[in-house]
Design a protein. Structure first.
Length: 94
């Protein structure tokens, strides 16, 4: 029983570390804000997407925003890496 508790604690710790690491990578270590967007189309279907906003974007410092919609068979996170990269680069070229 003692060994099972140890394995459980190690598993939970790995999940916590993985979750924090994924959040840091998804936001380019805090350089990109991510917002969920949900739109209803003319056919009354729900369209989900993620909006990647550079942290440097303000009313005075406008920068491009990347919006992705994942398609039918994927999750929204499939396009994270490319979207985050585009958002991070947007503030360096504006």
């Amino acid at each position: 029983m003692k060994n099972a508790k140890r394995v459980l604690c190690i598993g939970l710790l790995l999940i916590l570390i993985g979750s924090i690491g994924a959040a840091l990578l998804q936001t380019d270590f805090g350089q990109v804000k991510i917002r969920d967007i949900n739109l209803i189309t003319e056919d009354h279907q729900h369209l989900h997407g993620l909006m990647f906003i550079p942290k440097t974007a303000t009313a005075e410092n406008t920068t491009p925003v990347v919006i992705t919609s994942h398609g039918w068979l994927n999750s929204a996170e499939v396009q994270d890496a490319a979207s985050m990269h585009r958002s991070s680069c947007a503030h360096s070229i504006s």
